[in-house]
Design a protein around this ligand. Structure first.
Ligand code: TSB
Ligand code: ZN
Length: 589
């Protein structure tokens, strides 16, 4: 990964390259006006107002060419300092620069500009000495970006690029980007028909296609069984609630900007729910509880809606309509440690089953000084935080502490993973909550007959099925383990004329055994069908010809491997059933 902040030279190169980009754009689109062109972690970008012109991906090459031409001139990049008044005069025809100059700090009386040949830009610098140093760069993409990031403002065009000191570094970086692109779940999801989107449904509202739905169903069955065995009780509740429900929970006051606006139906005012906790609080409150009943674990695969900024939504990873693998665990204060331990163990167990190794635990604690952000009960916080630490140490898991990152209502543990493209995201979460049960006036009868308030653990192991599927597609590069794959076995007769009958027999046999099997009986060449089977990343491809038919055997190839293995049909059935039942990972086949 690039790290511009640590590498001053790289940062300077990229910053100068942003100016070079602006210079080239100005040559090609004289009407262009420029907003800002900062260095970012991945390189640089420039936000540009091109009037009515639109720059498309295919135009980037000609801009790059013009940049090369400008750079070759080897013009010195010269710094000038002018007064605020002079700057206002010099840039008087450029509303964007005027906006920048007018908003500058009162104390900033001197303003610096950088000039290279025929192009001058307002800039703090620093820059490299001459444009000659800008040799190894690449423009990467173009997208829309609202002026100042505000959807009410004009949409500018943002061109992204990256610059290096050497050709090798640039090549290596571009290779890495290409690899990430191939691993991006949005590409895999499309190639494998996992999900789609449509403007008529809306942004951040993916539609799960049959293949995706099959994967999701396996995930649901898997986690449902785990939870059931661990004493969870699953419920179904509506994906709306009244505004009053969310006023009671506090979400209306503290989480409103993440919610869809309300809608009126008769006398009731509803919101699409962003979380399921309030519903589960009501389920708990539906009956009386004694300390002997606790912990009570209420689970749900629950659909939620959240307002995510349109620039932030991303495939299945960050959506506006999601399904959480949610549960709320109601415990006595003494049970916090043990129950938390069970949740962390379940997380570890699930990650092991999926072969997930690249993740980190983040323990979010309060900032003791910040009395406003956190509810005021030092003893409760200290006890809870120490308990969580204790459990993590007992389990021997590596974690880092994030002070001041806890929620208002309690500390939490998140599992962070790194997607193919973009910053880290949270998958699993477990959040301690001392407040919500109070807001819903929940109680249990304690040993001594007194009424006590339970503590709640909010937890989601997969996080959401959406985000987890995105992650697992990237981890496996779309080559899902057989138990998760939409199609587990693909049967390819060598020649339809002679081998179709035997192929059908094997198809019936496998289907009868509950294997998700397909028979490719199209009149296409064997090589073509094999390539297609590989492209669809089907775990097992069976090749059935004369020898297989005559000896009642099966020849199979595992996705991504070269060798073909031949076994008796009985052996194959036993083998494939075992691979599926034990959820064998591809690397263990
Ligand atoms: C765990 N009330 C708790 C719940 O009981 C809760 O909602 N926690 S959450 O806000 O952290 O969300 C749970 C999980 O949903 C997160 O850990 C994350 O994995 C996933 N998630 C959050 N926002 C999105 C989103 N926009 N798209 C996809 N998944 C998301
Ligand atoms: Zn919750």
């Amino acid at each position: 990964m690039l790290n511009m902040k640590e590498n001053e030279k790289l940062s300077m190169l990229n910053h100068s390259c942003a100016h070079l980009l602006a210079q080239a754009v100005k040559h090609l689109y004289p009407q262009a006006k420029f907003w800002v062109g900062p260095v970012i972690e991945e390189g640089f970008y420039y936000d540009i107002d091109l009037g009515d012109a639109v720059i498309k991906e295919e135009d980037l090459e000609s801009i790059e060419k013009e940049m090369k031409k400008c750079a070759k001139d080897g013009k010195k990049i010269v710094r000038h300092e002018i007064s605020k008044e002079e700057a206002l005069e010099q840039f008087k025809d450029d509303p964007y620069k005027i906006d920048l100059i007018s908003r500058m700090d009162e104390n900033e009386t001197v303003i610096s500009c950088y000039t290279q040949g025929d192009f001058t830009d307002l800039c703090r610098g620093p820059h490299v000495e001459t444009t000659k140093e800008l040799k190894y760069f690449k423009l990467l993409k173009v997208s829309g970006a609202y002026w100042k990031g505000d959807a009410k403002n004009k949409m500018l065009q943002r061109i992204y690029g990256v610059c290096f000191e050497t050709e090798e570094e640039l090549e290596k970086h571009l290779e890495m980007l290409e690899e990430a692109k191939q691993r991006d779940h949005r590409k895999i999801g499309k190639d494998l028909d996992i999900f789609m989107s449509h403007d008529l449904v809306g942004k951040g509202m993916p539609l799960w296609l049959p293949n995706g739905a099959l994967v999701r169903k396996q995930l649901e069955n898997y986690i449902y069984e785990k939870e059931r065995k661990l004493g969870y009780h699953h419920v179904y509740t509506p994906c709306v609630g009244t505004v009053d429900l969310y006023k009671t929970s506090g979400h209306w006051d503290h989480y409103k900007e993440n919610m869809f606006p309300s809608m009126k139906v008769d006398e009731e005012e509803f919101v699409l729910r962003p979380m399921n906790c309030p519903h589960h609080m009501l389920v708990y409150g539906n009956s009386l509880h004694s300390y002997r009943d606790l912990p009570i674990r209420i689970g749900e695969f629950a659909t939620d809606f959240r307002y995510e900024a349109s620039g932030a939504v991303k495939g299945l990873e960050r959506v506006r309509c999601m399904c959480q693998n949610d549960a709320h665990l109601f415990v006595t204060p003494e049970q916090i440690g043990e129950e938390f331990k069970k949740v962390v163990s379940l997380i570890l167990d699930v990650y092991h089953d999926f072969g997930i190794e690249n993740y980190s635990f983040r323990l979010s604690l309060r900032d003791k000084e910040d009395k406003e952000k956190y509810f005021d009960d030092d003893q409760m916080w200290d006890e809870a935080e120490n308990k969580l630490r204790e459990v993590l140490n007992e389990l021997g898991v590596d974690y880092f502490e994030a002070i001041g990152e806890a929620a208002f209502y309690g500390p939490k543990l998140d599992v962070e993973v790194k997607p193919a493209v973009g910053p880290e995201v949270t998958l699993s979460t477990c959040q301690l909550d001392f407040l919500l049960p109070r807001r819903f006036d929940l109680s249990y009868i304690d040993k001594d007959g007194s009424k006590q308030v339970p503590v709640v653990l909010h937890r989601a192991i997969f996080g959401t099925f959406d985000r987890f599927t995105a992650f697992i597609l990237e981890e496996t590069k779309g080559s899902l383990p057989a138990w998760l794959a939409p199609v587990q076995v693909n049967i390819i007769p060598v020649n339809n004329e002679y081998h179709l009958e035997y192929s059908k027999e094997i198809f019936d046999l496998l289907e009868h055994e509950g294997v998700r099997v397909e028979l490719d009986d199209r009149n296409e060449k064997l090589g073509y069908k094999m390539r297609e089977s590989q492209k669809r990343k089907i775990p097992f491809s069976l090749i059935l010809g004369n020898s297989e038919r005559d000896h009642q055997t099966i020849s199979y190839r595992i996705h991504g491997r070269e060798e073909t293995i031949t076994v008796s049909k009985g052996e194959f059935v036993t083998y494939i059933k075992d691979v599926i039942r034990t959820k064998k990972l591809n690397q263990d086949l």
